[in-house]
Design a protein around this ligand. Structure first.
Ligand code: ATP
Length: 201
């Protein structure tokens, strides 16, 4: 099982990249989706969150009140650590489960936090999608209709561009047109197919 970890800053084009690889028949495991799945009603992580933080973190329909939880952990470091101690192992388990269930020649794990924690230990190769900061801001503002100051604040909290690039085996520049992104990804796709074969599938 050969796993390519794909990451990049906000608005760099991670989804645009995984959309392309998915069209090429590659299974994409999404850490953002997994992090939402593990706190759905009935999941043990949600029960543990309610045990720790109380009923106010639930909405009336029993789903997680993300805003309430965010407000609690925003100003309380110990609370944030407790929350992560609940969610991170659950997310890791969910990602491993999905990776093991994949039967495509290689599997992509896409995660905005691939390099910050232990998720990078799940992958054999690190691919960073990279654009200059002004492009990150412009594309995110256009996509989400949010103020550029909000995007800048998120970028500041994320790993810095140089550090991310330094940890990558492969970097794909995405400040040009989508067709060029696809061309670059196609070349890497061919490389990954070969590496996966050598790795034993
Ligand atoms: P986030 O971390 O916020 O989830 P992301 O890394 O997944 O973002 P995308 O959503 O793929 O980034 O891209 C950000 C925006 O830029 C989207 O609206 C996308 O359609 C657009 N985009 C991505 N690549 C290009 C490109 N090469 N040319 C033009 N627009 C692009």
């Amino acid at each position: 099982m050969f796993v390519v970890g794909l990451t990049g800053g906000i608005g760099s084009g991670k989804t645009a990249a995984t959309d392309y690889l998915a069209r090429r028949g590659i299974a994409v495991v999404d850490a953002d989706l997994a992090s939402r799945r593990v706190v759905e009603p009935g999941q043990p992580a949600l029960d543990a969150i309610v045990d720790r933080f109380g009923e106010p973190v639930l909405q009336t329909d029993g789903t997680l009140n993300r805003r309430a939880l965010r407000d609690i952990v925003f100003s309380d470091e110990a609370a944030r650590r407790d929350l992560e101690a609940i969610t991170h192992p659950a997310i890791g388990e969910e990602l491993r489960r999905q990776i093991l269930a994949s039967s495509t020649p290689y599997t992509v794990l896409v995660s905005p936090l691939l390099l910050e924690g232990s998720q990078k230990d799940m992958v054999h190769r690190i691919l960073v999608i990279d654009v200059p900061p002004d492009v990150q801001v412009a594309r995110t503002v256009a996509r989400d209709q949010v103020p550029d100051t909000q995007v800048a604040a998120i970028m500041k909290a994320q790993m810095q561009r140089d550090q991310r690039r330094a940890l990558a085996h492969d970097v794909v520049e995405n400040h040009g047109p989508l067709a060029l992104l696809h061309e670059r990804l196609e070349a890497l796709h061919q490389t990954y197919l070969k590496l996966a074969e050598r790795h034993g599938g």
